[in-house]
Each structure stands twice: as C-alpha cells, then as structure tokens.
Ligand binder design. Sequence first.
Ligand SMILES: [Zn+2]
Length: 440
Amino acid sequence: MRFWYLTKATRLSTHKAIRSLRMSSSSQNQPSRQTPTPTPTQTPDHDPPNWMTLKLPPAHILSHLTDAHCHPTDLDQPASAYDATSLGAVAAMATEPENQPKVRSVALARPWKKGDTKPSSSGSRIIACFGYHPWFSHRYTLQSPPPSKEEHYTSLFFPQHDSSTPPPTKKGQLLGLLLPFLPDPIEFGPLISQLSSDIRDSVSAGNLTMLGEVGLDGGARLRWPTSARHLHPDAETDDREGDNWNVLTPFKTSMAHQIAILERQFEVAIQHGVNVSLHSVAAAGPTFDTLVKMRDRHRNRFTNRINVDIHSGGGFSPDHWKQTERNLLNVYASPSIFVTSRSSHAAELIRTISKDRMLVESDSHDLTLCTRAVWGATEWIARCRGWKLEDENTPAWTLDEVIAKEEQEEQEGARTEERDEVWAVRTLERNFARFMNMAE
Ligand SMILES: [Zn+2]
C-alpha cells in the first residue's frame, strides 16, 4: 500500500510525518498534515513498540529476517543503501507499468538465488515482485480495442448504470466534467504479457520472484486530477500549492473490475508457480471469494505450488482470518507496524494467525526504514504471542540447523504447540523459507 495520491516529491518530504501518523490514525484514506504525535515509550503489552527508538539487535540476527513487502524502488536509493540494510532480504514490490523495470534492475543487481539458505554476506538481497496495484486499476481496460473514456469510466464508477454515458445525477455530472482530464484507458493484455515475461525471466534466472503488489481495495477513491483543479468547488479559497493539493473524488473503481484485473494476474502467478503479495483493504469478503475461486479452478497447481501473503494482514478480523486459514492452506500474513497497527483488532489478529503462517514486513518505500520497521513488527509479534526474542546473547545459527531441528522434532512427534520455546526470529525465518518453497 502506498499513498498514491501524493506525487513522489511530496511523498519524500512528508514521508516521516505520514509514517508516524499511520501509527496513530485509524484506517483513513488520506494522510492529514498535522505534526506527528510521538509514540509513548512505555506501551501497554499489545501495542506496537516505538519503532523509531527501539534498540536493534546485532546484525547477524537481522540477517535472518526478510521484509516480505516493501517499495524501495519508489525512491531513488543508491546501491549503498541496499548494502547498509541489515535484513537478509527485502521483497521489492512493483505497482504501476512505470516501475516494473526499476524492480527488475535492482533485483538483478542483488538477486536471492532459489535454494540459497545461507545468510547474505553483503546487505539485503532483493526478491523481484512484479504486478499492478489495485489503486491504479482504473487505468486499465480488458477490452481490445479500448473503449472511449466515457464508456470506460462510466462502467467502472457506475457499474449498476446500464449505459455508456454517466447517469444524470450530480455524481454523473461530475464525471462528465472531469472526463477530459482523466487518462485514456490502457489495454491490460499487453501489460499482462509484460508481467508474464518479467516473471518468467526472473524465475528462469533462478531468482526468487513473486507477483505483487496486486489485490483489492474497497476504500480507494480516484484522485482529483491536478490539471482539473480549477473545477474544484474550493479552488478559489484553497491556497495549497502544487503537490500539496491532494484531493480525492467520490469515485471508486468497481469491485468487479478490480477482481477481473486481479484474476488475470493470479493466472500469471499460477502459470509460473510464483507466490503472491496480496493487498486487501475493506475487501475481506471479495478477497476470500477470489482465493477460493483460484483454489477450486486450479486445485493443486494453486494450493501446492504457490503461496499467498496477505500484506499487513489485510485488516482482516480475527474471525475472518480463521475462516481464511481453514479454507486455504497456502495463505500467510505479514503484520507491519505502519499498516496493521492502524486496526483496532491488530493484536488479536496477530494472536490468531497460526504460528507457521506468520511472516513480517515494513511496507516502507524508504529502504533506510525497513530494518527498524521489520524489527519493530518482530518485537510486537513476539510480545503479542509470548514468543522469545533473540538478542545479543543468542549464539549464531543457520537456517539449515533450524530446518533440521524442526524435522527432528516432527519425527519425534512433538507437536509444535507443546514445545515450550518459540523463538521469534527463527520462526519467522523458517516460515519465510517454507513460504518460498526454499527447503522442501
Ligand atoms: Zn505496499
């Protein structure tokens, strides 16, 4: 998830403020511009820790963790920033047609080779993730040749209105007014071909690869085009300048269109056998239904071959999560400080996710924040679950040793729940390796 209505320059300048606000605000769709409230140092047991000030463990411990979902190519970060990141790997998401090549090139420079269970010796490796984010799904059409703008946007924003022109309502009139300023619809077929070849090339080079960030968002609204600012009712009185003018329209892209765009991308993931990083906001029902549909359509090719990570837990309620886990054996969740903590039932959700379905992520686009955000989430998960947290007194270990120990315990018949010691970093590391089918 990103704040797509901000331009890159604004995102840079407001980045830190937004991050802090995300921790205290509820699931609003827009960042406000107040001064961030500092998080208290003493937090109740199940509140997230202050990720900005918490003490980091030694680098060898961090090197066992992977950020399962972040956006480092959103900012132009030098190679030295990747060298300086202590995490073992980061999964770098793509979101729009424009940033797929950036992900391709950073991931090629620091790939994580499939089957390599050794920790990285020089900064973070990158898992290439290609895909089209639901916030931009209004840009794409599944028709060829593309329909007119009027027909396209009417069908997306007024799905019940059986006509190729906007309805004669206030909202319909607004669409008519803004149409000249909206982009022409892009054919999705060629974008799918590009997606498929990016994923195929990355997989055949032996590099860990995923589909992402894709998904469904029931809350996202179209940004008011800045070129149509003069048409906004507040244009005269609102003196915010340039990039600071971030106003949303009432238009939401129909769930049917979002599902169609998502399904096309899922088909690519299933074809190439790659995992999916899935955005799900205010769309728990449609997300579940789409996953079940994929399961029923593809059976083993879906459930045994690929895994799905619900990014930041998707704001699922604990009950919804339980239902998802019961029905879909290949679904994981990766709590984050920035997004998951905004939900009032976050701690309960973390306690509900099965021990072997838990991953961890930052959702940061600033690479320099990924390590802190991932460590903060790891500490938070450990506290919510009563897991032990590795620290400077923990002797070095290898993933191979963790896997061998797990196999031995399985042979001895000790059930996971009965073992007294659960170590957070080793559990998350083992889960990520299982998620990526690295050691099966
Ligand atoms: Zn994201």
